[in-house]
Design a protein around this ligand. Sequence first.
Ligand code: 76R
Length: 248
Amino acid sequence: MSEAALTLEGWYALHDFRAMDWNAWKSLSPAERKQAEDEFLSFIQEWSDIEDKKQGSTALYSIIGQKADFVMMHLRESLEEINELETAFNKTTLAQFTIPMYSYVSVVELSNYMAQGDGDPMQNPEIIARLKPTLPKANHICFYPMNKRREGNDNWYMLSMEERRGMMRSHGMIGRQYAGKVKQIITGSVGFDDWEWGVTLFADDALQFKKLVYEMRFDEVSARFGEFGEFFVGNLLDQNKMSKMLEI
Ligand code: 76R
């Protein structure tokens, strides 16, 4: 058996993609819409209070194209909290006017391919900050799930630790060139959802997603082993932009 990579886990993640049922939303009176919107905005406020207390983080983005209209990406300490949050949203008036389009359950993950240093990593503030990150308020988000291939000679899980480490180093070197332009959060989902990882990228310039993902396609880890699910790309929503989006 090949040596399994060791992983560190942080906050749990839920990516919750919704479409708006615009016909139903339009059929409400302005007062009813206002009530639903205010209730949702107070939720956004609660999420931001939790973020301030470093007990979790939430990102809210509109989604371009027909796959969804918006995404709520939540990070929380436990799956119970994530579940409560999801249920609380589902009980809101606004939620009645949304259609669930896609969701993804995972946990923030760091692996030991590039790890250095000794001591307990869970006592290292830099590592804790990466495992329990405050999600950036970048202009754009990009999310997709992915696997590492397990087929014939291209079986990632049959490679030695050294071979995988070498390829992950090359992967990391490409990634590093995007430091300051793209922030990536890798969430592991083996045992939780249909793919092995969720990749969430944040950038002020959406073109950097295309450039980074394209460049990685030529790198051996992605070229030989990367299998990808659906891609979602979106724009940052704050309270004002959310109100504007809901305006009829
Ligand atoms: O954590 C680290 O910074 C160390 C280096 C590193 C690891 C271990 C790293 C760096 N990644 C790691 C793990 Mn990554 N990453 C992806 C994708 O579209 C594609 O082709 C792949 C999707 C992108 C865009 C990306 C970006 N990475 C992983 C893993 C887990 C693998 C495993 O355990 O087998 C996956 C699935 C994955 C996928 N990666 C970086 C980036 C970027 C931008 C970096 C540099 C980060 C930085 O230096 O700040």
